[in-house]
Design a protein around this ligand. Structure first.
Ligand SMILES: [Zn+2]
Length: 287
């Protein structure tokens, strides 16, 4: 367990909430397999291992404890778990998201806010869990849940392309929480800004934390692994590759100026990355 990163008033922990495997070709879009398989090795079913890596932020000036994204969760049946090789964090008998938080020495009952980057199952599934009667319920019923309005609208009435990723039992129970639907960019808590992007899915939000002269950015599916920090490397899952390229170029250019610490939600090996300009192209700094 790594030391927390201090960003102004926020103490930021990067926490692992299990993982999953997704088809390598779908993760790397138009990048040929002979190239991507040298980056992340696929298994016999052509899947690559991916982390589900979250942020846990504690405010030194208030009682705010903020979690960004929630992992897959454990509501799905064994055929789903096998198909995606879903892994859970170790710990006692409670929902995986609570186990992941507790394993970092933080009492999950202290969580006040959950920022959901978008409502695809591997980002929000862990925000709900089945109760004794098998009903999906929020893991943090009294926390404020932050989501882009545009993504909420997409998720409750999904297009055929994304329907399998937006699962009603991950989404509908959140209506019973303090749900803050955000419209575009904005500072939602002191030093924590969300920025709306639309290329991966409509109304995804990336997270920017600033303080004490430092910036940390959680890129979510704009750059799920360090390999996707190359601007042209998009995913087959993205609804618009061109929009992702434009959004990624814009955000990474600013991140380069800010010398931001970048957090990679799905990279199987690297939790963080920094970028540099190399031969006129933004590239991840080699570790
Ligand atoms: Zn996604």
């Amino acid at each position: 367990m790594g030391e927390p990163i201090a960003i102004g008033r926020w103490s930021v922990r990067v926490i692992e909430c299990g993982g999953l495997r997704l088809d390598g070709g779908a993760m790397f879009g138009s990048v040929p397999r002979v190239i991507w398989e040298r980056c992340i090795e696929p298994d016999a079913q052509h899947r690559i291992p991916l982390a589900t890596r979250l942020l846990l932020l504690e405010d030194s000036e208030s009682d705010h404890v903020v979690v960004v994204d929630a992992g897959v969760g454990d509501k799905e049946d064994s055929s789903f778990r096998d198909r995606f090789a879903v892994q859970f964090p170790q710990g006692e008998d409670e929902p995986p998201l609570r186990r992941a938080i507790r394993s970092h020495g933080v009492d999950p009952d202290r969580v006040t806010d959950l920022i959901i980057t978008h409502l695809h199952f591997d980002h929000v599934g862990g925000a709900t869990a089945l109760d004794e009667s098998g009903i999906s319920c929020p893991v943090f019923p009294s926390a404020t849940h932050w989501i882009q309005q545009a993504n909420w609208n997409t998720a409750i009435d999904p297009n055929p392309r994304e329907k399998a990723s937006y699962m009603p039992h991950n989404i509908e129970p959140l209506e019973g929480t303090r749900l803050q639907k955000i419209d575009g960019d904005g500072e939602i808590l002191p030093g924590i800004t969300v920025e709306r992007v639309d290329g991966h899915t409509l109304g995804m939000q990336t997270i920017r934390v600033e303080g004490g002269g430092q910036v940390l950015r959680y890129l979510t599916d704009l750059a799920p692994t360090r390999h996707h920090l190359r601007v042209a490397w998009t995913m087959g899952y993205d609804i618009s590759a061109i929009t992702v390229i434009e959004e990624k170029a814009r955000i990474l250019e600013v991140a380069l100026e800010e010398q931001a610490i970048l957090i990679l939600e799905h990279d199987p090996d690297s939790a963080t990355a920094r970028i540099e300009m190399k031969n006129g192209k933004i590239s991840p700094v080699a570790e």
